[in-house]
Ligand binder design. Structure first.
Ligand SMILES: C[S@@+](CC[C@H](N)C(=O)[O-])C[C@H]1O[C@@H](n2cnc3c(N)ncnc32)[C@H](O)[C@@H]1O
Length: 459
C-alpha cells in the first residue's frame, strides 16, 4: 500500500498547487519514479470519471473510517477498474475498496453508456491538442557536428526529408534557426546515439531565439554571461555560437539544477563555459572576472504559461487559480525586472537579451517597459535593439497595446503556443546607445571647440 500512499501524496501536492506534475514526480525516490509517474498520469486522465464513480457508489461516505484520502481512493479505484487490479497485499483499505467492487463497476458502466463509448479507455481526457502542432525540435550541436552530417545520419536511420507533419518519420530544416531540425511531434530520441552523445540537443525552436538574438562574439577574448543557466540549453547554444571561444560564465543559483547544468555542459562538450553556482543578483558587476562581459543572456524563472505541456493539461485550472496567478505574476515580474536592472550595471555590457516562456504581458512587455524607464537604463543609455537586429523575419512581434510607444513592440518577439509551431515565448533585446557620431564630429571641428568651453563653464 506504501506505493499508493506515495502516489496519493503527489496528487495531494498537485491539489495544493505545490508544483507541476513533472516537478512533483521528480521528488519521488528514483526506484519508484517510473511506476508512480505512470499511475499518477493515468489516474489524472480519468480523474473526473473516477470522481463521479466514487461519488455515485458512495465509497467515501460508507468507508470513511478506512479510507481517509480521496486521492488514495482515486488511485485504487483506477487500478481496480482500469488496470490490472490493486497491486498491494491484503489489508483494511484494499478490503474496503473491494467490498464496493460491484457497485463501482456498475457506475463506470453507466458513464460509458451515457457517453456512448464501448471501451473505458475512451473516457480518458486527451493531452493538450496544441502539442500536435509543435514539431519535435533537435538542435545540431555545432561544437561536435554539422547539419549536413546530421541530415545524412537521420536519412540513414529511415527518416525522410518531407517535413515534420507528413509522416511519423518526416523531418526537415527549420526556416528561422540555423542548425535546427524539425521532426514529427511524437518522435522519441531518448535512445538515439546522436542524442546520447550530445550531438543533438532537444530544444524548442522559440527557446533557440535568445542566443541567436544575443549574437555573442566568437573571439578568444570574448566574455559573455548567461545569468540563469540550468538546465543549460541556451548556455550550450551560446557556447556553440561562440565557436567554443572566449569565456561564457554560466550562473545558476539552485544547487540541484547546477548539477544538471554541469552534466549537460559536459555532455555537449562546452569547453569555453565556466559554470558558477551563485545568485546572479549577488554578483558584483565590477568583479574583474565579469566586468568585461559585453553580452548577457537573462532567461529567468517565469510563470511558464507559454509551455504547451501534455501533462499539465491534466490538471484543471479554476477561478481561484487565476487570482493566485495574478499575485504570483507580480512577484515574478518584480524579480525579472531586478535581474535586467542588475545586468545593466555591468560596465562593459553592450547587449542584454531578456526572455521568458510566458504569455503574460505582465512578465513581458510590462517588464521591458519598466526596465527602459529604470535609473539603470537611463544612466547607461539602454534602449531596445531595432527590429532588424532582432530576428526580423519572425512575423509575430510584441503587443503594441502593452507598450507606451506602440511602434517599439516591433523590436520584441512573441511566439504563440501551438499557433507558431512553438511553445509560447517572448524575447527582447536591450542595447547600449552608441554616441551620436555627428555630435562627435561637431565637437572636434576647429570652428567649434566646445571642450575647453565646457570645462570653463564647469569651473
Ligand atoms: C527558465 S530557467 C533557465 C533555462 C535555461 N536558460 C535553459 O535554456 O536551459 C531559469 C533558471 O534560472 C535560475 N535562477 C533563477 N534566479 C536566479 C538568480 N538570481 N541567479 C542565478 N540563477 C537563477 C533558476 O534556478 C532556473 O534554473
Amino acid at each position: 500500500m506504501n506505493f499508493y500512499l506515495e502516489a496519493a501524496k503527489v496528487l495531494d501536492s498537485l491539489d495544493a498547487r505545490k508544483g507541476s506534475i513533472k516537478g512533483l514526480l521528480g521528488t519521488v525516490v528514483a526506484k519508484d519514479r517510473k511506476r508512480t509517474a505512470a499511475l499518477v498520469i493515468e489516474t489524472l486522465k480519468f480523474k473526473s470519471v473516477l470522481t463521479e464513480v466514487i461519488s455515485q457508489a458512495k465509497l467515501l461516505k460508507e468507508e470513511n473510517k478506512k479510507i481517509k484520502s480521496p486521492n488514495l481512493a482515486l488511485l485504487l479505484v483506477h487500478d481496480l477498474l482500469l488496470a490490472r487490479g490493486i497491486q498491494a497485499g491484503d489489508g483494511p483499505i484494499k478490503q474496503a475498496i473491494l467490498r464496493h467492487r460491484t457497485r463501482l463497476s456498475a457506475e463506470l458502466q453507466k458513464i460509458k453508456i451515457k457517453r456512448g463509448v464501448k471501451d473505458a479507455k475512451d473516457l480518458a481526457i486527451s493531452g493538450d491538442p496544441r502539442a500536435e502542432h509543435i514539431p519535435r525540435y533537435a538542435r545540431v550541436n555545432t561544437l561536435l557536428w554539422n547539419s549536413s552530417d546530421a541530415i545524412d545520419y537521420f536519412l540513414a536511420r529511415g527518416f525522410v526529408l518531407s517535413g515534420p507533419f507528413e509522416s511519423h518519420t518526416g523531418f526537415g530544416k527549420d526556416a528561422h534557426v540555423p542548425d535546427l531540425l524539425q521532426f514529427a511531434p511524437r518522435t522519441l530520441f531518448h535512445e538515439d546515439d546522436a542524442y546520447l552523445s550530445g550531438k543533438i540537443i532537444l530544444q524548442d525552436k522559440a527557446s533557440c531565439f535568445p542566443a541567436i538574438v544575443l549574437n555573442p562574439p566568437s573571439t578568444e577574448t570574448a566574455t559573455v554571461i548567461d545569468a540563469t543557466s540550468a538546465p543549460g540549453n541556451k548556455t550550450s547554444h551560446l557556447s556553440a555560437l561562440m565557436g567554443g571561444k572566449g569565456t561564457l560564465y554560466a550562473f545558476e543559483r539552485d544547487f540541484k539544477r547546477f548539477s544538471t547544468l554541469k552534466h549537460m555542459l559536459s555532455s555537449a562538450r562546452c569547453q569555453n563555459v565556466q559554470p558558477v553556482n551563485a545568485d546572479f543578483l549577488t554578483i558584483d558587476p565590477s568583479d574583474t572576472r565579469f566586468a568585461g562581459a559585453t553580452h548577457i543572456l537573462l532567461d529567468p524563472s517565469c510563470s511558464g504559461s507559454g509551455i504547451v505541456n501534455r501533462l499539465d493539461y491534466l490538471v484543471e485550472t479554476d477561478a481561484e487559480n487565476e487570482i493566485e496567478t495574478s499575485d504570483r505574476l507580480n512577484k515574478l515580474a518584480a524579480f525579472q525586472l531586478s535581474m535586467i536592472k542588475h545586468a545593466m550595471k555591468f560596465p562593459a555590457v553592450q547587449r542584454i537579451v531578456y526572455s521568458t516562456c510566458s504569455i503574460h504581458a505582465a512578465e513581458n512587455e510590462h517588464v521591458v517597459q519598466q526596465a527602459l524607464a529604470s535609473d539603470e537604463a537611463v544612466a547607461n543609455s539602454f534602449q531596445l535593439a531595432p527590429k532588424e537586429d532582432v530576428l526580423p523575419t519572425w512575423p509575430r512581434r510584441g503587443l503594441p497595446s502593452e507598450m507606451n510607444a506602440p511602434e517599439s513592440a516591433e523590436s520584441l518577439i512573441r511566439c504563440s503556443p501551438g499557433e507558431d509551431g512553438t511553445n509560447g515565448f517572448f524575447v527582447s533585446c536591450f542595447v547600449k546607445r552608441t554616441k551620436d557620431p555627428t555630435k562627435k564630429r561637431k565637437n572636434t571641428s576647429s570652428e567649434n571647440p566646445p571642450r575647453k568651453k565646457k570645462r570653463r563653464q564647469k569651473q
